[in-house]
Design a protein around this ligand. Structure first.
Ligand code: BG6
Length: 512
């Protein structure tokens, strides 16, 4: 039967069919902070990968804005080198040759009105030469202190105006403020210039396949959701461990620390997706409603001294190499109290989760790089087996492996083959690499494409950002007033205090 039979409509032509490739319409991207690390390692390669996958329009344009005294060709060379080094997909000369047609560089500082005028005429020219239709996204990959001036300049120069049916969007990289007050001030500045639907706040964890899969696992299946609550779940552990130190990021990191750097955004977003109620649809409004509701129900422990831990890496060994401690890193104040490790216990005040602790931890220079969410279940209420039969049986768990070994593990007890009854933990694994032939796109590919398509599902809203700061602010204040972070040896799993925190609850951290 031809696809045209039956309903009469050709499913291949159905614009609502999500299986069709989502290809951006005429558009361009302007990157502020184009000489930074993020730009070279993530943004430029993501643009190339999208072009290589045929997901960008033919006249797509990429404009870099920075202080450097570069010509268009110098900028193109920098993009070229970044793509060669960091792109996910193979380098193809024909894709590059097409991309380079729309590459421009505008030299200037953020307070220079004339530079923004030049940016405006560059965009006008690109509209004519490349057919970008006036549709531009402005990516602010700049230090937080520079957000307000860039936003104001976009307004003053008229670059934020959406006239004649074209769109203008602002993409804002984290950190979005350093506490609730600064986030509110920043939101005010942004919303004086841009309407809410023009603003895309990046939390790159939401662009990860495995993070989006939390929603698929929970809401596209029937077997998990009935047990995803306080009647069955003992506790949840969310871990984001990194083996790297702070590298060359002293300027950004010192004074910010692990909790502000990743708990306020990535880990609380993971918590929200794990704990929220089912949204009525996968639309941006419905998702934001549920995430906001659950973040609003998060409660900090009463005793912040006992149920939060911060640490700082000391010298140690990592991957067979001797590494220095945080206080010895270049550009770090030797008296710094900045946390490179943070762990918190949170509870959620609603019927589904009352009494179930969510333990969050993150750290640099830990044993290995791994991000996972472990939903750990209660023990069976009654065991018909001898105590000795279940001595080696742990608690059942569903572990969402976000990275690097992407997949899902279900852990449960099984009888050890033999003549006696002995039960031990086994696991059932789903691995992306085995089930799917295509490798996962980089988070930034997905997010940049979504910005160009105007799809806001995977971008946290103002309320989510502010609620997350509301959760973290009292912890940061408590830490400011109480002592110093505990030292932990590089290459270990963090300070002993973090183990003690769980041991007091009769639990222990997973050793992934
Ligand atoms: C960033 C943090 O948001 O996430 C970094 O600022 C961290 O400190 C990085 O290293 C980790 O990202 P990923 O995708 O490698 O887990």
């Amino acid at each position: 039967m031809s696809p045209l039979n039956g309903s009469g409509a050709n499913p291949l032509r159905d614009p609502a069919d999500r299986r069709l490739p989502r290809i951006a319409g005429p558009s361009g991207l302007v990157i502020f902070g184009v000489t930074g690390d993020l730009s070279r390692k993530k943004l430029m390669p993501a643009v190339y990968d999208l072009a290589n996958r045929g997901l960008l329009p033919p006249g797509f344009s990429l404009v870099g804005f920075a202080r450097r005294d570069w010509e268009d060709e110098d900028f193109a060379q920098v993009v070229h080198d970044a793509v060669k080094e960091h792109a996910r997909t193979p380098f193809r000369e024909e894709v590059w040759q097409q991309l380079i047609q729309g590459m421009r560089f505008v030299q200037g500082t953020f307070d220079d009105d004339e530079a923004f005028e030049r940016l405006r005429s560059t965009i006008d020219e690109l509209d004519k030469q490349q057919g970008t239709g006036g549709n531009f996204a402005f990516y602010l990959s700049v230090p937080p202190g520079a957000f307000p001036v860039v936003i104001q300049q976009l307004k003053k120069s008229g670059l934020a105006d959406q006239s004649k049916g074209s769109w203008r969007r602002a993409v804002i990289e984290k950190p979005f403020g350093h506490d609730l007050k600064s986030a509110e001030e920043l939101n005010k500045v942004v919303h004086e210039v841009f309407e809410p639907d023009q603003v895309f706040r990046i939390d790159h964890y939401l662009g990860k396949e495995t993070v989006q899969n939390i929603l698929a696992l929970r809401f596209a299946n029937t077997m998990f959701e009935p047990i995803w609550n306080r009647s069955y779940v003992d506790h949840v552990q969310i871990t984001m461990a990194e083996d790297i130190g702070i590298g060359g990021r002293a300027g950004y990191y010192d004074g910010i620390g692990a909790a502000r750097d990743v708990i306020q955004n990535h880990l609380l977003q993971l918590l929200a997706l794990t704990a929220m109620e089912e949204p009525s649809s996968f639309g941006a409004d419905a998702l934001a409603r549920e995430k906001t509701k659950v973040l609003g129900a998060v409660r900090l422990p009463k005793d912040l001294g006992a149920d939060t831990v911060r640490g700082q890496y000391a010298a140690g060994w990592q991957g067979g190499e001797k590494v220095i401690g945080y206080l010895q890193e270049d550009g770090i104040d030797p008296e710094s109290k900045t946390d490179t490790y943070a762990a918190l216990k949170l509870e959620i005040d609603n019927r589904r989760w009352a009494g179930v602790p969510f333990y969050l931890r993150t750290g640099k220079r830990l044993g290995r790089r791994v991000t996972e969410i472990a939903v750990v279940f209660q023990r069976a209420p009654h065991s018909p087996f001898d105590h000795t039969a279940t001595e080696e049986l742990g608690q059942n768990a569903i572990v969402i492996r976000v990275q690097p070994d992407e997949g899902i593990t279900v852990r449960f007890g099984s009888k050890v083959p033999g003549t006696s009854m002995e039960i031990r933990d086994v696991s059932m694994d789903f691995a992306y690499g085995e089930s799917f032939t295509e490798s996962s796109p980089e988070a930034y590919e997905r997010l940049i494409l979504d910005v160009l398509l105007g799809d806001a599902n995977l971008f946290p809203r103002t309320e989510e950002v502010e609620l997350s700061w509301k959760i973290l602010d009292p912890v940061e204040e408590y830490w400011d007033e109480h002592g110093r972070p505990a030292q932990y040896k590089s290459g270990t799993w963090g300070p002993a205090e973090a183990d003690e925190m769980l041991a007091r609850d009769g639990r222990s951290w997973r050793r992934p």
